[in-house]
Every structure is written in C-alpha cells, then in structure tokens.
Design a protein around this ligand. Structure first.
Ligand SMILES: [Zn+2]
Length: 338
C-alpha cells in the first residue's frame, strides 16, 4: 500500500508523484497537496441510464459505458482547472511560495513547477445507492461487491492512464461530499422521487461506504470496505461506530485495529461519541440532558466525515446531521471478538 495520508487527519492522500525529481521523493507529502477534486454522483448516472435504456441494452453494461464518459469529462474539467490555477502568479499565495512551502517551486518556471506535484482527484458519491438502482442490492452481497469492484477498477484504470498520458497526478478519491451528499439528494428526489433504498432519506452514502443504517458487524464493515479501498489513490476512509463503553474494553479495541491493519486499510477510524456538558463539564455520551446537573446545554463532538469538528449539530448541514443520527452502532456485534 503506497498511500500517504496528510497530517490534518483528512482522508485526502497524495499518491506517487509522477513528476518527482528523484525516486526517493515519489511519496513526499510535505509541500504537496490536492489541487482540485471533481466528484461524480453515481446514483444520478445509474438513474439516467435506467430511464433511457433502449430495447436490447443491458443496464449494467450501459451504466459502465456512461460512467466512463463521465470519468473522461471529469478529467477534462480537472485539466482545465489545473491550467487555470497554474496560470496565476506566485503572488496569489505569496507567503507559501516565498517561504519554500511548496515543493519543487522554481520562480523562473511559474507556480506550475510546484503544482504539477499535487493531485487531481476524481471522486465519487453514493456507490451503494447506484448499486441498488442497478441490481437491487448493496455491496454487502457477493453480486453487489462484484459490480462495486468493476466500477472502482474502472476509476482506477482510467486515473492511471490519465496520469501517464498527461503527466499529472490523477487519482481516485472517495469523496467526503460534506454538502454534496445533501444537495445531490435534493435534486435527485425532485427529479426521480422517493425510491426505497436509494432516495428515502436526506443524504447519499459517503463514497464507497456501506450505508450507515445497515446492521452489519465491525469485522464485516472492515472486510467489505477494505476490498475497495485499494482502488483509491487520492484518499479514502473507513470508520466504524462504537459507543463510549469501548474505553472499558481496550483489548477488543486493539483487536479491531489489528484486524483493520491486516486488511490493509489506508485510513481507519473508530468513531466514539464525546459529549460535554457546557454547564458542569461532565463528559461522556449524554442522551438528552446532563445526568449530573440536568443541563441541556451539551456540546456533541462526532467524527462526521474525516475531521473531528466542534458540535456536529452546528458544524454540519441537515443532511449530514441526519446521516450521523441514522448510523448503526457496531458495538452490539463486538461479541464476535470475545
Ligand atoms: Zn452538567
């Protein structure tokens, strides 16, 4: 596994640098970053394919064909954006360029000398819902996983081709889609209505994840998502949801982390709710009001996407809040570890 995760605990990763001056710098992370992402909304492509399917056409084959067109369009958009960003003068980020914070910067060549080491990422949203539209099941089934792998391999193969052809660091990104998960769903519902297992909620599922309300075990969640994470070269994350009680069972936690590492997950996160009573400072998982002082003034810290933010009730939109509240705890299935 060659992914390098940046230092901000964000899922974004710089893959190997095709423009590295020295093989030792292939995996350099300081001074490089993600220049621009473009996220493909998979359920919309699946739905459009389904609605416009002609006699004799196969839904899955036509979807793959349409997705391929969109991946190429995303590549064209990325090149246009890259050229636009690279056409700016170093004065656009004077401090960074003058203080050698951008790797490879040569003033006589312009900022493209630094930006060519960054990543152009082609992202994705709602793999699970797209599979539901196409074959009526998610990737926690063999058939679903087979198609999921085919889709992810297409992303990975194309990004590899683009990288070699254009000498730019194209990579597959499992997008957080923090706002897009809700805005894309709103538009989808307006156009296609409410479809069970697809648009009967307020958000599209994060990237390649299993839907948050699927009742699967910790180990299954890790096992399933680890089959896909290797196709992502520009960043991904797999998280599991536990309750605060895990702090009393560190051996089980260690076993989970070891299991995730054995499955080669580039970025694994254990989500544990941390609530703080603003009045008295009591800290634990707090249901409605503080069990110590009765206050309802509670700050609720959650990992909603990649970052740990402040109170998720104010830091995130309604779609992400609703997604967070629908997350199934995997704790009840920890017994398989004991
Ligand atoms: Zn309190």
């Amino acid at each position: 596994m060659y992914l390098v995760i940046d230092k901000l605990t964000c899922r974004t990763a710089n893959g190997a640098d095709i423009n590295a001056d020295d093989p030792k710098l292939l995996q350099l992370k300081d001074g490089r970053g993600n220049i621009a992402p473009c996220t493909i909304i998979l359920p919309t492509i699946a739905m459009e394919t389904k609605l416009h399917l002609k006699d004799g056409e196969d839904l899955v084959e036509k979807f793959i064909e349409n997705l391929d067109v969109k991946i190429h369009e995303a590549k064209d958009m990325m090149i246009e954006r890259f050229n636009w960003i690279a056409s700016q003068s170093a004065d656009s980020a004077k401090f960074m360029y003058e203080n050698h914070l951008m790797y490879g910067y040569k003033p006589e060549e312009g900022i493209i000398s630094a930006l060519k080491h960054g990543t152009l990422s082609i992202g994705q949203l709602g793999l699970a819902e797209a599979l539901m539209i196409l074959i009526g099941k998610y990737h926690n089934t063999d058939e679903g996983m087979k198609l999921a792998i085919r889709i992810e391999k297409l992303f990975a193969d194309r990004c590899k081709e683009f990288k070699n052809k254009y000498k730019l660091n194209f990579g597959v990104y499992y997008s957080p889609a923090e706002s897009l998960c809700g805005t894309a769903m709103k538009k989808f519902k307006n156009k296609y209505g409410e479809i069970p297992g697809v648009s009967d909620k307020e958000w599209f599922t994060n990237s390649d994840h299993i839907p948050v309300d699927c009742n699967i075990s910790v180990l299954d969640k890790i096992e399933i998502e680890s089959k896909l994470s290797g196709y992502s070269s520009a960043g991904c994350i797999t998280y599991i949801e536990l309750d605060g009680l895990v702090s009393k069972n560190i051996d089980a936690l260690e076993e989970i982390v070891n299991f995730a590492m054995e499955h080669d997950l580039p970025y694994f996160a254990v989500n544990v709710p941390v609530d703080t009573c603003i009045n008295c400072g009591y800290e634990s998982e707090i249901p409605d009001k503080c069990p110590k002082c009765g206050s309802t003034n509670i700050k609720r810290l959650r990992r909603v996407t990649g970052y740990l933010t402040g109170d998720y009730k104010s830091a995130f939109n309604n779609a992400k809040q609703s997604e967070t509240e629908h997350r199934v705890r995997h704790t009840n299935t920890m017994s398989e570890l004991e």
